[in-house]
Design a protein around this ligand. Structure first.
Ligand code: DQA
Length: 145
């Protein structure tokens, strides 16, 4: 049997993690997060595709690719969480587990961050655990019933 494949998708400005508002998002870079996710995938026989884009349409295209190649999507849609019907609609076409991840506790922050277009089509939502949220999402996928 072939390995399950997990797509881990990251939205705008997350390429700047480590430099960007570290008091909110921490000092780890997206490369650090990718390496931690790769370790968990290697230890558990998962194939991983890890991507980041600052462009909404590119993220939609990655979700379409995931429809053909992935068994799970873990996504931090970043600011598009709060604005993008297109990303929500794309995710709604994916009929396997979707985990929405936010480094920060969006509910503790500005009111415009309290609404997510994505949560309504996600299997689960993880927010406020920093970079560990990505590991937690992978562990949740591995622990699924
Ligand atoms: C974020 C929270 C969003 O509100 C914000 O726009 C981001 C990052 C997080 O990981 O905490 O870019 O998704």
């Amino acid at each position: 049997m072939s390995n399950a494949t997990v797509f881990i998708l990251n939205g705008p400005n997350l390429n700047l993690l480590g430099q960007r508002q570290p008091e909110i998002y921490g000092f780890l870079t997206l490369k650090d997060i990718e390496a931690a996710c790769q370790d968990i995938c290697d230890q558990n026989g998962l194939d991983m595709v890890f991507a980041q884009s600052n462009h909404e349409g590119e993220l939609v295209d990655l979700i379409h690719r995931a429809r053909l190649e992935a068994d799970c999507i873990i996504m931090n849609p970043a600011a598009y969480t709060h604005t993008s019907v297109a990303i929500r609609d794309a995710l709604a076409t994916f009929d396997k587990p979707i985990y929405e991840v936010h480094l920060s506790n969006v509910h503790q922050r500005e009111a415009f961050r309290h609404h997510s277009y994505v949560s309504g089509v996600a299997t689960g939502v993880i927010a406020g655990f920093g970079a560990f949220g990505y590991s937690a999402a992978l562990l949740a996928f591995l622990a699924r019933e």
